[in-house]
Design a protein around this ligand. Structure first.
Ligand SMILES: [Zn+2]
Length: 57
């Protein structure tokens, strides 16, 4: 088992590896959106159906 790279907690949900949950996966994804990483070309995103999934916006 590897630790979640976002919150350093244990990765508990194999569906969202290496993250512990969708929340942490979204946080990592958000880093891409904020331009932390350079994305060559458009990235396919089909995860905008999360009502209230993002906090701190
Ligand atoms: Zn986490």
């Amino acid at each position: 088992m590897s630790a979640c790279p976002i919150c350093r907690d244990r990765a508990s949900d194999p569906a969202f590896r290496p993250f512990c949950s969708k929340r942490c996966a979204d946080i990592d994804l958000g880093r891409w959106f904020t331009g932390r990483y350079v994305v060559p070309g458009a990235e396919e995103v089909d995860d905008e159906d999360a009502p209230g999934g993002r906090d701190g916006e």
